[in-house]
Ligand binder design. Structure first.
Ligand SMILES: *[C@@H]1O[C@H](CO)[C@@H](O)[C@H](O)[C@H]1NC(C)=O
Ligand SMILES: *[C@@H]1O[C@H](CO)[C@@H](O)[C@H](O)[C@H]1NC(C)=O
Ligand SMILES: CC(=O)N[C@H]1CO[C@H](CO)[C@@H](O)[C@@H]1O
Ligand SMILES: [Cu+2]
Length: 187
């Protein structure tokens, strides 16, 4: 019985890690939120993130003073809020990214976009997520590496396998190891 509970809880830990990885929640502006106060650099905020399809973008703000509009690139560039693709006004808006490419958002309150309240959520069209390591790739990493040119292309492809994914796999391996280790002890 204790073993069963242990197995279930371990499975939930693995599942939790998996879900956390495949649908991260990003709060725009972090603790500052969606605002014109404090000159939050939303360009920098998004530039240092690696967004993926399935991620959730969260806008938190006082709906009396701000809103969220998804717009085209041209409207984003010129802060034109006259014909948004989508509008959000709850002050606690969560938007799940379902497609690759750029997703442009701005605040439609006059002057706010011009003050920098706009953000570009970019999911790279060709991303490292496309070449996620498969078990076979991890077991035999050297088979498809060309020996004559180890410099540029090999390092490029290794860098493409995001360390994030490797950490995840290592974590899952560790959890499974603990699971089997405990099973042996209790059995
Ligand atoms: C704003 O965008 C809308 C929709 O694309 C367009 O019809 C309108 O002419 C634009 N206004 C300005 C001032 O650029
Ligand atoms: C926003 O909504 C989520 C649930 O959709 C809730 O858990 C969270 O507390 C809300 N945050 C604020 C600031 O209202
Ligand atoms: C053999 C091979 O794939 N060569 C490629 C190495 O990477 C450069 C660009 O980084 C490509 O131009 C080569 O075709
Ligand atoms: Cu605003």
């Amino acid at each position: 019985m204790a073993l069963l509970i242990l197995n279930i809880s371990m499975a939930m830990v693995v599942l939790g890690i998996f879900q956390a990885c495949h649908g991260a929640v990003y709060k725009v502006g972090d603790s500052a939120g969606w605002t014109i106060i404090g000159n939050v650099d939303y360009k920098l905020w998004s530039a240092i993130k690696t967004f993926k399809v399935g991620d959730v973008i969260k806008f938190e703000y006082n709906p009396q003073f701000h809103n969220v509009m998804r717009v085209t690139h041209a409207m984003y560039k010129t802060c034109n809020a006259s014909l948004p693709i989508e509008s959000y006004t709850t002050g606690n808006d969560t938007i799940t990214i379902t497609t690759r490419g750029h997703h442009f958002f701005l605040c439609g309150v006059p002057g706010h976009c011009q003050s920098g309240q706009k953000v570009d959520i970019n999911v790279p069209r060709v991303s490292a997520a496309n070449i996620a390591p498969t078990p076979s790739a991890l077991v035999s990493p050297s088979t498809d590496v060309k020996p004559p040119s180890p410099s540029s292309n090999t390092s490029a492809s290794i860098a493409a396998i995001k360390s994030h994914d490797l950490v995840l796999l290592a974590l899952q391996a560790a959890v499974l190891f603990v699971l089997f280790g405990f099973s042996d002890i209790l059995a």
